[in-house]
Write a protein that binds this ligand. Structure first.
Ligand code: RFL
Length: 386
């Protein structure tokens, strides 16, 4: 095996790995990022879009926010539609609420790759890590990297998580029992705000991405094949659930992407041990109901960079030992809110007594959110905080 050496080898060039890499370079720590996909594939993958104020602060303080400052758009409100009508919640004005910055994840990733390379960092694209062992990673092509520490930022199905679970670290997990069809369309947003629609046919969501691209979600049955959803069927269902008869039409455009996925959440009981530490989806997957995933990835990258600096620049591993305790309470708080949000958005299916009871609770919760200032403050703090 051909080996190279680094202080930290980072597996994965998503938001977690790229933010961690740049923060380590800022602190004078040498690192190398190994990414299994091509640069074009990593920079073209549309996923998240909503950055919390904390994420924007971390990116700004570390010189990583030029793109999002120039092209990101500020969002301060979301609206809810249901049988009860429509209301807008201006969360940035409520309690501890702050604005979101809407900036597509692939654009952020593009900026992060460019900035990491500009700072002299090394990324090997097309380098799929096969195995992580104590102080070394092995790539499928037979090369490898030895490093004092390994950062597993390789997402939910990565080798970093597998290496930890094989050591007996357990996972707490939850299946929300719902699935979404995620659709990306080449059309401008149709509302000023994020739109959440509760409907007896299932949830529908509207999320701005850019002036010409919008993300929509449709709750769909488990096992849905996206190929069964033609563009016409998607627009027809969105019109019903978003109640366009009542609230006005949507801007139509070609469907760029559609994918179905199940809403699941999990958290590793510790995001690392010894010489292997995880950040982002590798350490825990959060359902997208409250748009927290990329924000948790940035938060964990920030905490891990500080801990690794202590260990590598000062020979002090107390920061690393504290990393789980620093992360987990915030991660769990985000999960708790995401779980709450999932309960708000998804009513039970069917017409039996239990389903009808569950739906009435869902509407009572929505009504409380519409009318109670205390409830709005709770929402604002948790929706925008991290
Ligand atoms: P990523 O982005 O998955 O990156 C992991 C990288 O690791 C690489 N990799 C490997 N490389 C080398 N060797 C191996 N063996 C490897 N295995 C994997 C992969 O190729 C990849 O490049 O994880 P990271 O960095 O932890 O970032 C997490 C976020 O991407 C994710 O949480 C968010 O996208 C979640 N999410 C959202 N989060 C938000 O904060 N706000 C949102 O609005 C939001 N919307 C979303 C979302 C996720 C979605 N999906 C995927 C369900 C919308 C959607 C549709």
């Amino acid at each position: 095996m051909t080996t190279a050496q680094a202080g930290v080898v980072i597996v994965g060039a998503g938001p977690a790995g790229l933010v961690l890499g740049s923060l380590l370079l800022n602190r004078g720590i040498d690192c190398v990022i190994l990414e299994r996909r091509s640069r074009a594939a990593v920079e073209g993958r549309a996923r998240a879009g909503f950055l919390a104020a904390h994420s924007v602060r971390v990116l700004t303080e570390n010189g990583l926010a030029a793109g999002l400052r120039a092209h990101g758009r500020t969002h301060t409100s979301c609206l809810f539609r249901s049988d009860l009508g429509e209301f807008t919640l201006d969360y940035a004005k409520s309690g501890e609420g702050e604005a979101h910055t809407v900036y597509p994840q692939q654009q952020l990733v593009r900026d992060l790759v460019a900035e990491y390379l500009r700072r002299g960092g090394e990324i090997r694209f097309g380098a799929e890590v096969a195995e992580i062992s104590e102080g070394a990673v092995r790539v499928h092509d037979g090369t490898g990297v030895t490093a004092r520490y390994t950062a597993g930022c390789d997402g939910h199905r990565g080798v970093g998580r597998a290496a930890l679970t094989s050591r007996g670290i357990r996972t707490a997990r939850w299946d929300h029992g719902v699935s979404w069809l995620a659709v990306l369309v080449a059309a401008p947003p149709s509302m000023e705000a994020v739109g959440y629609a509760l409907h007896e046919r299932g949830f529908a969501g509207h999320m701005a991405r850019t002036a010409s691209v919008t993300r929509y979600y449709l709750q769909c049955p488990r096992g849905t094949d996206p190929a069964d959803w033609s563009d016409d069927r998607i627009w027809a269902e969105l019109a019903i659930r978003l109640r366009t008869d009542e609230f006005g039409p949507l801007h139509h455009g070609p469907v760029l992407e559609k994918a179905a996925f199940d809403l699941r959440s999990d958290v590793l009981e510790s995001p690392g041990a010894g010489r292997l530490w995880l950040a982002g989806d590798a350490a825990g997957l959060i359902s997208p109901s409250a748009a927290k995933g990329a924000n948790l990835a940035i938060l964990q990258a920030e905490l891990l960079a500080r801990a690794l600096e202590g260990a590598l620049a000062h020979g002090d591993e107390t920061g690393l030992a504290r990393y789980p305790a620093d992360c987990l309470p915030r991660v769990w708080r985000a999960h708790e809110f995401s779980h709450w949000m999932s309960g708000l958005l998804h009513g039970p299916a069917g017409q039996d007594d239990k389903a009808r009871y569950g739906r009435q609770l869902q509407y009572a919760r929505l009504e409380s959110l519409r009318t109670s200032r205390t409830h709005q403050d709770f929402f604002a703090e948790n929706y925008t905080g991290i």
